[in-house]
Ligand binder design. Structure first.
Ligand code: DAH
Length: 335
């Protein structure tokens, strides 16, 4: 037994401790609950009574040796650390270059859009990303069998067979925020609502299952199509510059009548094409009815624009997925 104790003593003495890692390795090896010192003491039962005193003393010596070695080494390491910190106190030393982060290109674009609409008199509204069927579809005048409700396009959170209960979905557009605003307060309403939207689409350079929209809604007693056009054109000029080439063409949405879509002419490498940036229109009377606003008294316009599309146009990016990969080599180009 005494030989065994001697071996452990030698091991304790030989164990090198030069850094935090080795200090911890030492603790685990000798001082922890399953370490060699405890294991040694657990053998006390095997020792004949007349030898217990000698063996106990030897064991205690090893234990103290290990504990002292640990305490000393720990103190030394702490002092060393403190010394290193004080070396930093030399204020004349040049500092290492510091990398300052930048806003994500989508955030930058969104911030510019917010700024523009703030100038045009819109305030900001918000809504949940998990929506119920009523706000995402029904109140927006989607017929019960509309293809957008199909699982091809919509991520369902909860589906019900019971017609009394509502399906829950990841919102497929920011338009449900219109509904929430109109339920929440009386006209006049003049808001934009930026946010994430989700669609169960095949991922490709052109589409991703997640993207960003900015919804807008303006409801008052005499809102006209002319005002809608004027607002959209002002936006395009402020966002892309006064020489921007745009076109407005008729579109179709269940929640607007008439509906308009806006395209921007985009040229890159001598090649040009029209890119759709938003859908818009005059709020359909059925939508007003679903939120108890009198369509005889009020009119309004609304639109939903794609933030990712606009950011891609502005920066000449041709793959939407690059926004979501968190590759700093891409992101740091947008300082
Ligand atoms: N919600 C439509 C979409 O995601 C975009 C849209 C079109 C929003 C017309 C509107 C609108 O508010 O009036 O494709």
């Amino acid at each position: 037994m005494l030989d065994y104790i001697e071996t452990i003593k030698n091991e304790v003495e030989a164990f090198p401790i030069t850094d935090e890692e080795e200090l911890e390795a030492f603790r685990l090896e000798f001082l922890s609950r399953k370490g060699k010192v405890q294991t040694m003491f657990s053998k006390m039962g095997e020792v004949p009574n007349e030898e217990k005193a000698t063996v106990g003393k030897a064991m205690n010596e090893v234990k103290n040796l290990a504990q002292n070695k640990f305490d000393d080494a720990k103190e030394k390491l702490e002092k060393k650390e403190a010394r290193q910190v004080s070396a930093l106190d030399d204020l004349t030393l040049p500092t290492a270059p510091m990398t300052v982060g930048s806003y994500h290109p989508l955030t930058q674009t969104l911030n510019e859009m917010k700024e523009i609409f703030y100038r045009l008199g819109f305030s900001i509204a918000d809504g949940p990303e998990i929506e119920d069927d009523f706000h995402n579809f029904t109140a927006l005048n989607f017929p019960p069998n509309h293809p957008a409700r199909d699982e091809q396009d919509t991520f369902f959170i909860r589906k019900h067979d019971d017609p009394e209960e509502q399906d829950l979905v990841l919102r497929t557009h920011t338009s449900p925020i219109q509904i929430r605003e109109m339920q929440r307060r009386e006209p006049p309403i003049r808001i934009i609502a930026p946010g994430k939207v989700y669609r169960n689409e095949a991922v490709s350079p052109k589409s991703y299952f997640l993207f960003h929209q900015v919804e807008a809604l303006y409801v008052d007693t005499d809102v006209s199509v002319a005002e809608l056009k004027e607002t959209l054109i002002s936006f395009a000029k402020l966002m892309f510059g006064s020489d921007v080439t745009y076109r407005l063409r008729p579109g179709f949405f269940p929640f607007t009548e008439p509906s308009l879509e806006m395209d921007i002419w985009w040229e890159a490498n001598g090649d040009g094409k029209w890119l759709e940036i938003l859908g818009s229109g005059m709020v359909d009377p059925n939508v007003f009815k679903s939120v108890d606003i009198d369509p005889e008294k009020y009119t309004g316009f609304a639109w939903g624009m794609g933030v990712d599309r606009i950011a891609m146009l502005r920066h000449g990016i041709n793959d939407i997925r690059t926004f979501y990969e968190n590759d700093t080599r891409f992101l740091e180009q947008f300082d």
